[in-house]
Write a protein that binds this ligand. Structure first.
Ligand SMILES: C[C@](O)(CO)[C@H](O)COP(=O)(O)OP(=O)(O)OC[C@H]1O[C@@H](n2ccc(N)nc2=O)[C@H](O)[C@@H]1O
Ligand SMILES: Nc1ncnc2c1ncn2[C@@H]1O[C@H](COP(=O)(O)OP(=O)(O)OP(=O)(O)O)[C@@H](O)[C@H]1O
Length: 324
């Protein structure tokens, strides 16, 4: 086992402050908060060989949020409770939102007594970051209730303790993260509005744990990172989309051969600028030249193959809070 570091971003970087969704630490006036928790795609994912003491791989990733999202309603309560719609097939204590609330309580020495209702729209085991964005949204909501400044360095630590993807969702714009994929390195100008088609098998999915385990059995070298970072800095869309890559994709295809079929089919579709697997799968994304192209791919994927599909757009935001 190779020991790898976890990056050094536990201290907040003031350059990122304007992007924090809950940056005004004021208690809400209404009865509850509604929080929009967006999905993500990895425009670049490079997993490196070897794991740290916690069994995590060092990764470089460039992620952006999408306009498909879970919605989280959160209100003070006599105890902590988390429910989802549709109802989850696992206990509430395993929900990342529940874990995030408990971790917030421990970090700030308070009782995290909130009722949290999650309206699930982001499919699970899909590589779209559903559990992680729910956790980030919960953290931001509790910050607002408790008057905690989201730039407090304990917030990044709480986020990281729930999952590697959670810190990204505290910010939202396209970003490069390293370490476990939980250390913010650089934010980029958003690609807001860029059309994306999402397609995945109707049932099943890929477990993140299983994908990383399989990666260790036959590791594949990551594509060079620097060209992607340069393209993001110069906001050169053509080069950005030429640099789209994911070295977990072959593992996802091996674990779920239908993913390979979807990738091959998406690459044949008209007006497609890039196609790859989202994170550890099972969703495949196609960056499209027009929204019409993304819609057409979604419809054809459903009608001709019976796959789950949705057209979306890239977004610029992390959690968005509304007070009700
Ligand atoms: C595949 C990605 O979604 C790409 O953004 C992430 O790397 C996964 O992030 P995540 O779902 O938040 O992952 P976590 O819930 O923290 O980790 C689940 C499991 O995935 C593996 N894991 C995750 C992240 C990482 N850098 N190395 C790993 O090996 C570990 O076995 C870990 O126990
Ligand atoms: N808030 C949540 N929403 C959905 N699933 C959750 C949540 N909290 C915990 N889970 C559990 O997480 C599992 C999915 O985890 P996994 O990391 O494999 O999925 P994912 O949707 O691909 O996420 P990611 O893109 O972050 O890897 C679910 O099967 C469920 O047991």
């Amino acid at each position: 086992m190779t020991a790898v570091g976890r990056g050094s971003s536990s201290a907040p970087n003031p350059a990122f402050d304007p992007y924090r969704a809950a940056a005004q630490p004021a208690a809400p006036q209404g009865n509850f908060m509604l929080i929009t928790a967006p999905a993500k795609i990895n425009l670049y994912l490079g997993v490196h060989e070897g794991t740290d003491d916690g069994g995590y791989h060092r990764v470089d990733t460039v992620m952006t949020t999408l306009d498909i999202s879970d919605t989280i309603a959160i209100a003070p309560s006599d105890r902590l409770m988390v429910k989802t719609v549709p109802e989850a097939d696992f206990p509430q204590e395993s929900n990342t939102a529940y874990k995030a609330a408990v971790a917030m309580g421990e970090a700030f020495g308070r009782e995290p007594n909130f009722a949290i209702l999650i309206d699930k729209h982001i499919p699970v085991r899909a590589g779209l970051g559903g559990p992680s964005t729910d956790a980030a949204a919960t953290i931001m909501g509790i910050c607002r209730y408790w008057g905690v400044d989201p730039r407090d360095e304990r917030i990044d630590a709480v986020a990281r303790s729930i999952g590697a993807d959670v810190p990204f969702f505290l910010y939202g714009p396209p970003a490069h993260l390293d370490g476990r994929g939980d250390s913010m390195r650089e934010l980029f100008r958003p690609l807001t509005g860029t059309p994306v088609a999402l397609v995945k098998p109707m049932t099943g999915g890929v477990s993140t744990v299983e994908a990383y385990r399989r990666f260790d059995e036959s590791p594949i070298k990551a594509q060079p990172l620097e060209p992607m970072l340069e393209a993001m800095r110069s906001h050169d869309e053509q080069v950005i989309f030429d640099c789209v890559s994911n070295n977990l994709a072959p593992v996802a295809r091996a674990l779920c051969p239908e993913i390979g079929e979807i990738v091959d089919w998406m690459r044949e579709q008209p007006d497609v600028r890039a196609v790859d697997v989202c994170g550890s799968g099972a969703t495949v994304f196609a960056v499209c030249a027009t929204q019409m192209a993304a819609d057409k791919i979604g419809i054809a994927a459903m009608k001709e193959h019976g796959w789950w599909a949705q057209a979306a757009r890239m977004e610029k935001s992390g959690p968005i809070i509304a007070v009700g």
